[in-house]
Design a protein around this ligand. Structure first.
Ligand SMILES: CC(C)(COP(=O)(O)OP(=O)(O)OC[C@H]1O[C@@H](n2cnc3c(N)ncnc32)[C@H](O)[C@@H]1OP(=O)(O)O)[C@@H](O)C(=O)NCCC(=O)NCCS
Length: 177
């Protein structure tokens, strides 16, 4: 059980990755292709998950991602990945994407997403992962809200019945007079 593993701080697995957008990464309009960005987000968050779990990890799901601001050829992007919460064999990772031009101008936050990874043992089976120890206010907020996001993605993937989503049900019941 994950409770028997030593909790690990968020800072212990914090991962920063930098890339430059090259011609082969772009669409005909000169913007970074969404699929390439998703790949880099997957790599950065997978490194973070692997560091937290001290194990091989596989991507189980990616939550909603919007591409609000175009990233142009020659831009430098920085991806920052942090673990938010561990469950039994899975961890949720928050990844944020920032961009600026090569001279550091036009800095902007482009998007973010939550990835779920599963820790795998040497036989390729899911294994328990260490709990997360949130220390800052934002770490605590992301930790607290993670169980609602987990219920949402398990419902959407058909792994949980909506009536079993206790956190979501509580949200709606709280609003009733
Ligand atoms: C992810 C995977 C290991 C889950 O295997 P499984 O036999 O369903 O194992 P379990 O039922 O024990 O689930 C393991 C964990 O995965 C989580 N999980 C499985 N599917 C999930 C999904 N769609 N979204 C979020 N979490 C998911 C479960 O909730 C569980 O987490 P928990 O122990 O913290 O509660 C398996 O589906 C797999 O290998 N998928 C392919 C992964 C891969 O190759 N990814 C790269 C992209 S192709």
């Amino acid at each position: 059980m994950s409770e028997q593993l030593k909790p690990r701080k968020v800072s212990e697995s914090h991962t920063v990755m930098t890339e430059m957008v090259m011609p082969n990464d772009t669409n005909p309009m000169g913007n970074l292709m969404g699929g390439n960005l998703l790949r880099w987000m997957d790599i950065a968050s997978g490194i973070c998950a692997g560091k937290h779990c001290e194990a091989h990890v596989v991507t189980a799901s990616v939550d909603h991602v919007s591409f609000q601001k175009p990233i142009k050829l020659g831009d430098v992007i920085t991806l920052e990945a942090t673990v938010t919460r561990a469950f039994r064999t899975s961890v949720e990772i928050h990844v944020e994407v920032f961009a600026n031009d090569i001279k550091g101008g036009n800095p902007r936050r482009c998007n973010h997403a939550y990835y779920t990874f599963v820790g795998m043992d040497d036989n390729g089976n899911p294994e328990p992962v260490p709990p997360v120890l949130p220390l800052t206010e934002i770490e605590q907020q992301r930790f607290d809200s993670a169980s609602k996001r987990r219920e949402m993605r398990l419902i959407l993937s058909g792994r949980m019945k909506p009536e079993d989503a206790t956190e979501f049900r509580a949200l709606f019941l709280e609003r009733e007079p």
